[in-house]
Design a protein around this ligand. Sequence first.
Ligand code: GDP
Ligand code: IMO
Ligand code: MG
Length: 425
Amino acid sequence: MNSCIVGLQWGDEGKGKVVDILAESSDIVVRYAGGANAGHTVVVGDKKFALHLMPSGAVREGVTCVIANAVVLDPEVIIGEVEGLAERGIDLSGRLWISENAHVVLDYHKLEDQLREDALGKNKIGTTIRGIGPCYADKVGRSFAVRMGDFRDLKVLKEKLERILPYKNKLLGALYGADPMDVDPIIEKCREYAEKLCPFIKDTTEFLHLAIAQGRSILFEGAQGTLLDLDHGTFPYVTSSNSSLLGMPSGCGVSSKLLDRAVGITKAYTTRVGEGPFPTEQDNETGDYIRIKGHEFGTTTGRPRRCGWFDAVAVKYSATIGAVDEIAMMHLDTLAGIKELKICRAYRVDGNETTFFPCNLDRLSKAEPVYDIMPGWDEDLSKVSHFDDLPLTAKNYVKRIEEITGKPITVIGVGPKRSETIIRS
Ligand code: GDP
Ligand code: IMO
Ligand code: MG
C-alpha cells in the first residue's frame, strides 16, 4: 500500500500529525520536496517534536526514513535533527537514507536569501531565510551546485567550492556589498558534515524501487502546500519547489501510478505565512481569535500566521490538480466559540463569479470571496472520537465543505495529539 499526503493550502495544514498517524501502518516514509523551510509538528503523548528535514515518520520506531532527490538539504539542520532525536532516545542509524542527488544548502545560500529579501524591501516574498530559493536556483543553473554525493570525495568537493566561492563573492559583493567569504571555513565544515552524513547517503531511487518490489508500504510526505508550488501556486509568492502532489513522482523517482491512496490535508480554516494574496484573510478580531486559539505561529520562524476563513475554491483547486482521493481536515476544534462561520465557495473577479482558483497574481489579487454562512458551535471538540458525536453544526460545516470540494473528509483533527483525531471509515 503506497500513500501520499500533501498540503492543500499554503502549508502548516497539520501534515506532520497526519503522517505520524499513517506511519503506523507504513514501512517507509519519504520526504520528496522542499528543505528546512518546512516545520512539521508531531505530538506523541506529552512529547512534542518539530521536524524540518527529517520525515515525520522518524518518531515511530521501525519506520525507515528517506530524504529524496528533490529535497534541498541543509547539513547543519539534518545533523541537528539526527543528534537531537538520538538524545531523546530515537536512533536513526540504519533507518535514514539521504539521496546522493539531493542538493546541499550551504552558508552562501542562506546569506543570499537574507540579502535579497532585505534588498527587495516591500516587494519581498517573506521567505524563511533558509536558503531555499538560492539553492534551487543553483540546481537549475547546474554549474555551481553541490549534491550530497559530493561529500564522498572531499578533494573533488574542495575543487568545486574553490570555483563556486569566487563567483558567489563577486555576485553578492556587487549586488549587495556583502563581505567576501573564505573557502577554508566552508571546506572545514563540509569535512565535518561528510563524516557525519556519509553513512546515510545512498541511491534512494534504487532503494525505493527495491522496497516496492518487495511489497513494502511507503508513505510519501509532502512539505509546504499546493498553493506554494513553484509552477501551480500563487507565483511569485511561492516556494522554489513543486510542493504539490505533482512534485512527488519527479521528486523521488516513483511514479504516482504506484500510489494507492492520496490524502490532501487542510485546516478547518486557512493560514498563510509570508507575503502574497489571501482572499479570505481576516486581518481583524476573527483572525486574532483563530491565531491565539490555534497557536498559529510558525514552526520554523515563529512568525504569526495570517488567518482567515476556509477557502473551498483554493482547496478544490489543490485537490483537483493533485487528484487526491480524500481530505484530512485538521483544527476543527479551533473554530469552537465563533458564532458564524464563513466558507468561501466562489470568487468574484472583475464582476464575474468563478469557482476555479486563479493562480494569476493580478486576478487573484482582485478576487472577492463569495461566502456561505454557517452557524458555529461552542462545545469543546477535543474529546470527540466519532463523527456522529460532533455537534450538528460542526457536522454540517464538514459536510458543506465535502459538497463544495467534491472530496470526502475522512480524517478530522480535534487537537494536536495523535489521539485527538476522528477517523471516518
Ligand atoms: P505542517 O507543517 O503541515 O506539519 O503543520 P505545522 O506542524 O507547521 O502546524 C500545525 C500545527 O497544528 C501544529 O502545532 C500541530 O501540533 C497542530 N495541530 C495539528 N492538528 C491539529 C488539530 O486537529 N487541532 C489542533 N488544535 N492543533 C492541531
Ligand atoms: P510546511 O512544510 C508555511 C512559505 C514562506 C514564504 C514562501 C517562500 O511547514 O507546511 P521559502 O523559504 O520556501 O523560499 O519561502 O513559502 N513557506 C511556508 N509556509 N509552511 C511551510 O512549510 C513553508 N515553507 C515555505 O513563509 O511565504
Ligand atoms: Mg509547518
